[in-house]
Write a protein that binds this ligand. Structure first.
Ligand code: FES
Length: 508
């Protein structure tokens, strides 16, 4: 291949910022608010609440900012694909307007924080464009534009944009933005430290118990006594019988950062059709590059090897921009709720002091900031106009998600049964370095990976969440679960929940 993919998946955001390190929690502590998860939601909530004088702690199962926030395209926009026409027909004009306003408020909040604190994070105001190359999508874009008009969204339907390939139509949303998310959050983290927030890494939360206090129980059996718990851990580690696995699915998507012959000087772009192609300019080492993302699929479910999704982006860059070099590649995991609106609020109606913030689809920069603002208001008993719209306990009968619950859970059941019925017949002997197979070891279904030095690593492929069989992901060298999206390293350690226990290691 002329312009090969980098061997390793590495996020540019991580590679370009030195983040501080924090110790593990090694004792019992007492705070007002215990926040689990150090992505954009957790850090923003910690910043807001500590600024108001509350005692806050922030813990992460791994290292800070190592989840979806560190693997985004970092577009700060309320243009979340083609959704406004659909939302109006499902939820009505008033609720749809609230969704837009919540996301614009989040964008403005980020901009204000950057200005007030003079944060150097490459914040750039740009128009966002939803474009199509297909005749079949012109009417859909026109309908979306009508939705913009009804909602008073500043936009324009146009025939040409600053892309070096022909399009049929595009819909502009004016004055959106992009930035370097970790430069922004590093500054917010510093402000948190100055406000007295206690921060711990490699501290996995396993459960919440309710006695005199709400107590977060960690993997090392330490206790965090708190008045409020915020689950900002992407997937809620504590379900509280809110049935989250039945109401969300996990989706993966891919990003390449590349040098190209033709570039994009203005705007940021996403197509209306599938497979998705998301495009934005980015400056890396004083050079103008492009971030190209997309090719999403449900986690652990892909007809082709996972690496083929990066290759699809590579071919798109080659064809449309004249690819010179791919300097980074990385992937992201997102959670999608049944009605596409995030769940933000009490985990169940009966547990008003334990919050979730999840299901941001691919639009985590504004949705996570909105989630932090909303939960901070709920804790400090301020009015917030968005609390019913995002409430995890909203009435699902009022929208189309009831049908999706049935089809999604049929899909999960299908994968559960299929995994149990399959008799893996692959042979360890034929494995090349960096390859994996599923086979039978001492009567147990085993996933075996041969590393670059020829060492074999075997795990039981039964997902520790609810028992589905994990699938090999050859793009990231991970075991991914097709049921609810748990992901594990090749040695079985957890990368993404809902699982809270590693895969069982097997001895060959
Ligand atoms: Fe639920 Fe694997 S993530 S069974």
């Amino acid at each position: 291949m002329k312009n090969p993919l980098p061997k390793q998946s590495t996020s540019y955001w991580h590679d370009s910022v030195d983040l501080p390190r924090f110790d593990k929690l090694k004792e019992t502590i007492k705070v007002d608010v215990g926040i689990v998860g150090t992505g954009m939601t957790g850090i923003t909530a910690a910043y807001l609440l500590s600024k108001q004088g509350l005692k806050v702690c922030l813990i992460d199962a791994g290292l800070i900012l190592n989840g979806t926030t560190g693997h985004t395209t970092a577009k700060i926009t309320a243009q979340h694909g083609m959704i406004y026409d659909e939302f109006i027909s499902h939820f009505g004009e008033e609720n749809t307007k609230l969704y837009y306003e919540a996301n614009i408020q989040a964008k403005n909040f980020i901009e204000n924080i950057i200005n007030e604190n003079k944060i150097n994070c490459h914040y750039t105001t740009e128009d966002a464009y939803l474009y199509t190359e297909s005749e079949n999508y012109i009417t859909k874009l026109e309908n979306e534009y009508k939705a913009y008009e009804k909602l008073n969204i500043k936009g324009e339907l146009i025939d040409t944009v600053d892309l070096p390939f022909p399009i049929k139509k595009a819909l502009k949303m004016s004055e959106q933005a992009h930035f370097h998310p970790l430069e922004y959050l590093k500054a917010l983290l510093q402000a948190c430290k100055e406000n007295g927030v206690k921060i711990y890494e490699e501290t996995r939360a396993l459960n919440v118990e309710h006695n005199k206090h709400s107590t977060i129980i960690t993997e090392d059996d330490h206790r965090i006594f708190c008045r409020y718990v915020i689950q900002a851990s992407h997937y809620p580690f504590y379900d509280g019988t809110g049935f989250y696995p039945a109401r969300m699915y996990a989706d993966r998507s891919y990003i390449i950062a590349c040098k190209t012959n033709k570039t994009v000087n203005n705007g940021m772009y996403i197509n209306a059709e599938t497979p998705t192609r998301s495009i934005r300019p980015i400056e890396i080492n004083n050079e103008d590059l492009l971030l190209i993302g997309g090719d999403a699929h449900k986690t652990g479910q892909s007809n082709d090897p996972m690496i083929s999704h990066y290759e699809a982006l590579q071919q798109f860059a080659e064809k449309n921009f004249g690819l010179q070099e791919i300097v980074y590649r990385w992937s992201a995991q997102d959670l999608v709720t049944l009605d596409k609106i995030p769940y933000v609020g009490p985990v169940t109606k009966a547990q008003s002091n334990v919050f979730v913030a999840t299901g941001f689809r691919k639009w985590g920069m504004t949705n996570s900031t909105n989630a932090a603002l909303l939960i901070a208001d709920l804790i400090t008993e301020q009015d917030n106009p968005f609390k019913e719209l995002f409430s995890p306990g909203r009435d699902i009968k009022a929208d189309p998600s009831i049908r999706k619950i049935i089809s999604y859970n049929t899909d999960v059941a299908k994968h559960l049964i299929k995994g149990k019925m399959e008799r893996p017949e692959e042979d360890i002997e034929t494995l090349e370095p960096n390859e994996a197979c599923v086979t039978i070891v001492k009567g147990e279904r085993a996933g075996v990976y041969k590393d670059a030095d020829g060492r074999l690593h075997a795990v039981d492929t039964t997902c520790t969440h609810m028992g589905c069989e994990v699938q090999w992901n050859n793009a990231e060298n991970t075991w991914d679960c097709p049921c609810h999206g748990s992901r594990y390293t090749y040695t079985g350690d957890i990368l993404n929940g809902p699982a809270v226990k590693p895969l069982k290691k097997l001895v060959l």
